[in-house]
Design a protein around this ligand. Structure first.
Ligand SMILES: Cc1cc2nc3c(=O)[nH]c(=O)nc-3n(C[C@H](O)[C@H](O)[C@H](O)COP(=O)(O)OP(=O)(O)OC[C@H]3O[C@@H](n4cnc5c(N)ncnc54)[C@H](O)[C@@H]3O)c2cc1C
Length: 417
């Protein structure tokens, strides 16, 4: 059985960056990707807006991916495409078996450390329970994007978009440019879920209406969707009686959220955080299973690929440097004002001098201070004019400046100023 120092699962921007940085630490690395080509979701994101932070340029998704694939190709890294990781398991010697299936059949590899970089998947109509028939014409925004950008097939002539997530906003513009009519974007919450720049550049610039506090309650049509019913919702997102309207259309496009892809991680018993839906990790991106690291959208849904590459590089480097040593994990307690915070733990036996903390506020806030305190004493703070749930925030913190011990109580809070 072939053995590696680091196996990376997922060949999107996270997996590629992790494989490159692990190899740069002199590790023998295998990268496994289920699709035929590397690049992950970026392959179908032909709009620009990628790489502003990393490269100071507005690249398209494929251009951004290509820069990393070039780096990968310069190195001695084994790459397996069209290979699906079905399961991972641990040996008695604290190594990991990675089980794959591909056209040759099944195979197993052994590794000292693992990086989980499987990205995320979209919520589907089954997960949001809409009444009515089940005709064709109901697509997730990512599927509509795959048809339009990769297969060159327009999936709709006239559609309704449910949810104001970024993929839906980008597809509203894309479908309009391709000659389809986007009747409107309907969002159950009273604030949009996507980035402000996408609301302006993808909807307002193309006169596509955004209807807040509305949802789709029913689908009509036998073979193909012919109409949807929309209703206004109250503050608890419950449909309000007598607000029904029928809208004729041939497709319903769903942009109702992303879920980190962690079924393979769960097969190993990696503990997930129910706020991020990704693994609980420490400041080195190591999960609660020693030797297993997580990064990119599998860890938490990042809004910018630049941050994906950033945390993946760290995860890859740390996986390569991983030696089985005692960890002393302490909790980071974050208040309910956060949608989530990452990392959730710190290993005080590690160097925590530049831990990158990512967080999202649970609701829109103005004039807010992000405060970190240890044992009740404030030791780091940053002021924000605005915080919005769709916009992920990032701060770099030197936890070494504090003498952390096993009993230290680290708290993250948001306070008004
Ligand atoms: C429509 C859309 C628009 C976006 N717009 C922007 C933008 O303008 N600017 C920006 O910065 N970011 C944008 N993003 C975000 C950015 O694309 C993502 O943050 C980034 O692609 C996530 O990278 P990843 O490697 O974590 O996941 P992915 O790109 O999803 O890659 C994960 C890879 O893992 C593979 N995989 C999963 N499970 C297995 C398995 N069991 N075995 C083998 N392989 C597996 C998958 O096939 C996939 O290739 C956008 C995303 C979308 C969807």
């Amino acid at each position: 059985m072939k053995q590696y120092d680091v196996i990376v699962i997922g060949g999107g921007p996270a997996g590629i960056a992790a494989a490159v940085s692990a190899n740069d630490e002199n590790s023998k690395v295998l990268l496994i990707e289920r699709e035929a080509r590397l690049g992950g979701i970026l392959k179908q994101c032909i709009h620009d807006g990628f790489g502003l932070i990393r490269f100071g340029e507005q690249l398209s998704g494929p251009e951004y991916a290509e820069r990393y694939i070039k780096e990968l190709n310069k190195r001695d890294i084994d790459v397996l495409t069209l290979s699906f990781v079905t399961k991972i398991s641990k040996t008695k010697e604290n190594l990991f078996y990675v089980h794959i299936v591909n056209k040759k059949g099944v195979d197993t590899f052994l590794t000292k450390a693992l990086v989980l970089a499987m990205g995320c998947r979209e919520r589907t109509s089954k997960q949001i329970s809409i009444h009515g028939t089940r005709p064709s014409g109901v697509f997730t925004a990512g599927t509509a994007q795959h048809y339009t950008n990769l297969l060159g097939e327009l999936p709709t002539k006239e559609c309704v978009i449910l949810g104001s997530g970024d993929i839906g906003l980008i597809m509203a513009r894309r479908l309009t440019l391709e000659g389809a009519r986007v009747i409107g974007v309907f969002e159950a919450k009273n604030t949009p879920s996507g980035l402000t720049r996408n609301i302006h550049q993808c909807l307002y610039d193309y006169n596509i209406p955004l209807h807040l506090s509305y949802t789709v309650t029913r689908i009509f049509g036998e073979d193909r969707l012919t109409a949807v019913e929309i209703m206004k919702v109250d503050e608890n997102l419950k449909p309000i009686k007598n607000t029904e309207q029928i809208i004729k259309c041939d497709a319903l496009i769903l942009s109702v959220g992303l879920i980190p892809e962690n079924e393979v991680a769960e097969s190993l018993g990696v503990q997930l955080d129910n706020r991020t839906n990704g693994p609980v990790c420490d400041g080195q991106y190591m999960t609660l299973i020693d030797g297993v690291f997580s990064c990119g959208n599998a860890l938490h849904v990042n809004d910018l690929v630049d941050y994906v590459s950033e945390n993946a590089e760290q995860a890859g480097k740390n996986a390569a440097r991983y030696v089985n040593s005692d960890r002393c994990l302490i909790n980071i307690n974050s208040s309910d004002d956060f949608l989530y915070t990452v990392p959730q733990k710190l290993d005080i036996n590690q160097n925590n001098s530049n831990v990158i903390v990512y967080f999202r506020s649970r609701k829109n806030r103005e004039k807010t201070k992000f405060v970190i305190s240890v044992d009740g004493k404030e030791f780091f703070s940053k002021k924000y004019s605005f915080l919005r749930p769709p916009e992920m925030e990032r701060v770099e913190v030197d936890f070494n400046s504090f003498n952390l011990t096993k009993s230290s109580n680290i708290e993250f809070n948001l306070v008004n100023f």
